[in-house]
Design a protein around this ligand. Structure first.
Ligand code: F0G
Length: 380
């Protein structure tokens, strides 16, 4: 990169492939451009030889992939003259909405399930000055309510049913293909509403298109905003694999789940908003949905933290938990390249992390013999 060149966010970076005009005022916090980290230690111990990467979306400005969608949604809301935005959220969308609204100088109303959102996310929504409405219900109840409010009041809905959200989120696929020089064979993601898996598929499809109209039915979801760039990798697209938490797995049950539950509160969703389109993504890409237990999710979260130095939140670890299982059982064959999206940062949910960490802090007197003993006793 030449001297003096500032990275100013994904809309500037991919302006030609996003629905913005030359004079659109861009609301950005420098989101995107997240690291694609090749895992070393975990694959070495596993057996089958694979190329396994994690795309660490927890390193976005508010600590999750939601920033990719929110820069687009808030930019367009402001362009259309909106003075307020609203969302229902399990936490990350509310954090991103609050931050981008603050940046834009507009109001954010966020509707969250009482008691079921991670502490870091609540702190973000409060600190950025949004109006936080805690409902005695779950995310799906919140979604129903904000849709009703947005239909009647002058507020813009910024959940992933807002088509600009997926347009922003598709850029993660662009970054991956640029970095690897090709699409991976498999792309694994945690699935809640299934917006992000859909957005990635749209991104991969746009890149693989040489010319022409929509090459994926999922693209009809963009309501005509797609402009196919043609990345020169005609036809090559990954199989999209979505993992849900067992207690919140409507795609596995084949029907909506009314009382979803999981330690991975970010994906505690029983009525996915992108239900139909996600099935199309699965069919078109040749991928699949599967589920992970809470225990498998927490084991994967700890494995990433302890063996690779990567701290993601529980929901994010579902992608790695599922991928590792499918690599071991051969569903993902030896020799494959695999990208797992780590959707949010581990710092979002300190309570879950502390509750399951391998070592508790060792409390000793503030003197050299006690500290030395603690060190010697714990040498590996
Ligand atoms: N991972 C994390 C960390 C999330 O916060 C979410 C969704 C997902 C995965 C699932 O993504 O819904 O596109 O399939 N969080 C939303 C929120 C629901 O309100 O923050 P999806």
């Amino acid at each position: 990169m030449a001297f003096g060149h500032r990275y100013t966010g994904l809309i500037e970076r991919y302006r030609d492939r996003l629905p913005v005009h030359d004079d659109t005022r861009i609301i950005s916090l420098g989101e995107g451009n997240t690291p694609l980290i090749r895992l070393n230690n975990i694959p070495r111990q596993m057996g089958p030889d694979v190329e396994l990467y994690v795309k660490f979306e927890g390193l976005n400005p508010t600590g999750s992939f939601k920033d990719r969608g929110m820069t687009m949604a808030v930019t367009k809301a402001v362009e259309e003259g909106s003075k307020a935005i609203i969302c229902a959220s399990t936490g990350n969308t509310s954090a991103a909405a609050a931050a981008y609204a603050a940046r834009a100088g507009i109001t954010a109303f966020v509707v969250i399930p009482d008691g079921k959102i991670a502490m870091g996310k609540l702190a973000q929504a409060m600190m950025h000055g949004s109006v936080v409405i805690q409902i005695e219900g779950n995310f799906d109840d919140g979604m129903r309510l904000v849709k009703q409010v947005a239909a009647e009041a002058p507020v813009t809905l910024v959940n992933s049913v807002n088509p600009y959200r997926l347009q922003g989120q598709k850029t993660a696929a662009f970054e991956i293909v640029e970095e690897l020089g090709r699409a991976p064979d498999y792309h694994c993601l945690p699935v809640g509403n299934a917006g992000n898996i859909t957005a990635h598929w749209i991104g991969y499809c746009e890149l693989s298109a040489v010319s022409g109209e929509h090459v994926t039915e999922a693209c009809t979801f963009c309501k005509g905003h797609c402009r196919f760039a043609g990345g020169g990798n005609a036809g090559q697209r990954p199989k999209m694999v979505g993992y849900q938490a067992s207690g919140s797995a409507p795609f596995l049950r084949g029907a909506m789940v009314d009382q979803p539950d999981t330690v991975a509160t970010a994906i505690r969703i029983g009525h996915p908003q992108s239900w139909d389109v996600a099935w199309k993504v699965q069919n078109e890409s040749g991928g699949w949905f599967d589920e992970c237990t809470d225990e498998e999710i927490l084991v994967a979260q700890k494995l990433l933290a302890e063996q690779e130095g990567v701290f993601c939140e529980p929901a994010s670890a579902a992608s790695v938990a599922g991928a590792l299982r499918d690599i071991r059982n051969g569903r993902i064959p030896e020799g494959s390249s695999i990208v797992c999206t780590l959707t949010g940062h581990g710092l979002k949910d300190p309570d879950t992390a502390i509750a399951q960490a391998s070592r508790a802090p060792i409390k000793v007197a503030a003197e050299i013999t006690a500290v030395t003993r603690a060190i010697l006793d714990n040498m590996d």
